[in-house]
Design a protein around this ligand. Structure first.
Ligand code: ARG
Length: 475
């Protein structure tokens, strides 16, 4: 779909041409500020493609049901063809006085084809029209986000496969906890984004019904065929209640909540990239394409894209709260409050669009530093749990006591400023006499990660299983 959000409408506020559509009983023109607050064309011109698609479906149905003539249908379809071509070519003159995309298009259609244009709005209202256009837009945008999430998952999968057995520190409280594999860490995000994927997919499924034909709120006396317009527009079914059809905006709220959760996952990953690419960590190097320099400190490489992805969570959360608040307490059916939904929703979809693309680019191109990761993985006595587990397994010592013995061993290593595996057997035996030289088999970082073979664990063999499962799913 083409969208031209910055193609601003023109004309002076005193124009009365919008009133031609509804001003039959009005004697004075609207106040200039009334027109400014009422007009939505600068925002909803993005729905032009959907609006024309909805009108085509509606007109075809009206003709099929003998509500309009075949000649009228031919004129309407020809006119709409010209309108959408003008819009795509940027030649369409949007007018604020005509309020919104629906009236702008209808007015232009009337200029082009005359009387038949006036028959298009039979058995329809702007209320079901806007609900239909917006649902179509949100549904299409959700499925674009599905593709983008899959691309990000593929990028993560590619890096996970390359680094399935590289070690890095696993953290809790951002303190070194236990070593993990880089592949395992990245696959955690594959799981998170797969849930985001299924949230959008669920939302699409629920919004897959057409409001068109609900008319203003009560349905219509014309012999319409709502199944026909629903299927023409690619909806699974028509909405079953006309009041609900024109009032429901939970499809936006559900997709905004999916956006907010996805943005939140992106921000966690972005934060990790910021930390990992910092000089003290130096776990990864972000590519030039996704970094910026400092105008004063030549040595710096700033992870701006990651920081901006982290920041955009604010917009996503803001949009969700804004939309929940706009809809709160609105009586059935349509209220003009609902016109304010589009900017909120467009902004959230747009920022997720950029974030997903930027994150995919950063992940695809970042380069891990094996030595720094391995060095950090062995820091902080990261294999202390392995020592304790060995005492439990081999000497049948209760875990709590093993924990205590391990603490004393860590203290001994710390006092000598060495790693656990640098302690001599005698030193370890002075803490617990039953310890044998076999303990050294479990103290290394590689041994530690290789041993964690429980389902979902960090061992390279488990990680590779998950990677091949996901490769099949995403194939
Ligand atoms: N521009 C309006 C909107 O976006 C279209 C519906 C107007 N309906 C009405 N009864 N004024 O909500």
């Amino acid at each position: 779909m083409t969208s031209k959000p910055d193609n601003k409408s023109s004309d002076t506020p005193s124009n009365t041409k919008g009133q031609e559509m509804w001003g039959g009983r009005f004697s004075a023109k609207p106040d200039a500020v009334m027109e400014a607050i009422n007009a939505s064309i600068d925002v909803d011109q993005r729905l032009a493609e959907e609006d024309v698609a909805g009108s085509i479906a509606h007109a075809k149905m009206l003709a099929a049901q003998d509500i309009i003539s075949e000649d009228d249908l031919t004129a309407i379809l020809g006119g709409l063809d010209t309108v959408i071509a003008e819009i795509r070519e940027g030649k369409f003159a949007y007018s604020k006085a005509l309020e919104d995309i629906h009236m702008n298009i209808e007015a232009r259609l009337k200029e082009l084809i005359g009387e038949p244009a006036g028959r298009l709005h039979t058995a329809r209202s702007r209320n079901d029209q806007v609900a239909t256009d917006f649902r179509l837009w949100v549904k299409t945008s959700c499925s674009t986000r599905l593709d983008q999430i899959e691309n990000l998952m593929r990028a993560l999968l590619g890096q996970a496969e390359k680094h399935a057995d590289w070690v890095m520190p696993g953290f809790t409280h951002l303190q070194t906890a236990q070593p993990v594999t880089v592949g395992h860490h990245l696959m955690a995000y594959v799981e998170m984004f797969s849930r985001d994927f299924s949230r959008f997919a669920d939302a699409i499924h629920r919004m897959d019904e057409s409001p068109l034909g609900a008319a203003a709120l009560a349905g219509t006396g014309f012999p319409t065929n709502r199944e026909m317009t629903a299927s023409e527009l690619g909806f699974d079914r028509p909405m079953a209640n006309s009041l609900d059809a024109v009032s429901a905006r939970d499809f936006t709220i559900e997709s905004l909540s999916s956006i907010a959760i996805c943005a939140q996952h992106l921000s966690r990953l972005a934060e990790e990239l910021v930390i990992w690419s910092s000089a003290p960590f130096s776990f990864v190097r972000m590519s030039d394409a996704w970094s910026t320099g400092s105008s004063i400190m030549p040595q710096k490489r700033n992870p701006d894209a990651a920081e901006l992805v982290r920041a955009k969570t604010g917009r996503a959360n803001g949009s969700l709260i804004a939309m929940l608040t706009v809809m709160k307490g609105l009586p059935l059916a349509y209220s003009k409050d609902m016109q304010d939904d589009k900017q909120i929703v467009f902004e959230a979809f747009d920022s997720l669009d950029l974030s997903l693309q930027a994150m995919t680019g950063m992940i695809e191109t970042m380069v891990f530093n094996k030595d720094n990761l391995a060095e950090a993985a062995s820091g902080g006595f990261s294999t202390a749990t392995d020592l304790a587990d060995w005492l439990v397994r081999e000497l049948n010592i209760p875990f709590r006591e093993a924990h205590h013995i391990t603490g004393a061993s860590v203290k001994a290593a710390e006092d000598k400023n060495v790693q656990l595996w640098d302690l001599s057997l005698e030193e370890l035996q002075s803490i617990e006499p039953r310890i044998t030289k076999d303990i050294f088999d479990v103290l290394s970082v590689d041994a530690s990660v290789a041993s964690r073979q429980s389902y979902g664990g960090t061992a390279p063999v488990r990680v590779r299983e998950q990677i091949s499962l996901w490769k099949e799913r995403l194939a």
